[in-house]
Design a protein around this ligand. Structure first.
Ligand SMILES: Nc1ncnc2c1ncn2[C@@H]1O[C@H](COP(=O)(O)OP(=O)(O)O)[C@@H](O)[C@H]1O
Ligand SMILES: [Mg+2]
Length: 234
């Protein structure tokens, strides 16, 4: 499955300010690109543009040579069905924990029995089955993050976009999720971009680490970059 998501010179203005200022990157299959950088540097804005959740004001965005910015509404919806985006503050549905995974799967067209079995499998995978019948709103921040990740992975995305996915997790859960994401991406050969403030996480997950400062990519590293070098930027 060859393929690449290619962003060239992406630009975004928010509130009259250019917050993404000409960013180019390639996101290849089976590889994880980690974006690091200080608060307010434009990481979330960039991630949302890569998932077509926010339209760029300039630049190009392609997947496998198809221009994602000139898709018609049907084409855009088709692409969005292939994307899973987990925001920094995960959104949960007003329903129990189990249905938070099962409902999106049913909406994707899985038959109810398969959707329910998959939802259960992923709840167990992230160790939330004991909370299955609770309201998702009653979960702690970390539990919500686990739920949002389980829901995203259950959807079998082709493009996985994670915004600070372990920021609310304890070290044990964070390590577990990092391994889970890494395995998932390489086994399924999907595209993955992760925003992270955690240098160790970045080095563990990444095939490529991009440092974003004031809306621009200021440095690119491999996973072997020294921690001290990465820490300089954040
Ligand atoms: N809706 C918005 N309106 C105006 N400014 C925004 C909006 N969303 C984000 N910003 C600003 O854009 C900049 C980049 O934000 P963001 O992409 O969230 O940064 P990061 O994820 O790196 O912390 C910040 O200065 C932020 O305040
Ligand atoms: Mg952010």
């Amino acid at each position: 499955m060859p393929g690449v998501i290619r962003a060239v010179d992406l630009v975004k203005y928010l509130g009259g300010i250019q917050v993404v200022r000409g960013v180019s990157l390639d996101v290849e299959r089976s590889r994880i690109t980690v974006i690091m950088g200080p608060n307010g540097s434009g990481k979330t804005t960039l991630l949302r543009m890569l998932g077509l959740l926010l339209p760029p004001d300039g630049g190009l965005l392609e997947m496998d040579g198809v221009n994602l910015l000139s898709l018609d509404e049907e084409g855009r919806r088709g692409f969005l069905r292939r994307v899973a985006f987990v925001p920094q503050k995960p959104v949960v549905l007003t329903a129990n924990v189990y249905r938070n995974i099962a409902i999106p799967l049913r909406l994707r067209g899985l038959d109810p029995r398969t959707a329910d079995a998959e939802a259960w499998r992923w709840l167990k995978e992230v160790n939330l089955e004991k909370h299955a019948w609770k309201s998702a709103h009653s979960l702690s921040g970390g539990e919500r993050q686990l739920l949002a990740l389980a829901r995203a992975l259950a959807l079998s995305p082709d493009v996985l976009l994670l915004d600070e996915p372990t920021s609310h997790l304890d070290p044990k859960n964070a390590a577990f999720i990092q391994r889970l994401v890494k395995e998932y991406v390489s086994e399924r050969g999907i595209h993955c971009v992760v925003v992270s403030h955690n240098v160790r996480e970045a080095k563990f997950l990444a095939d490529e680490i991009l440092v974003m400062v004031s809306g621009r990519i200021k440095a690119r590293y491999g996973p072997d970059a020294p921690e001290s070098e990465l820490l300089k930027w954040i």
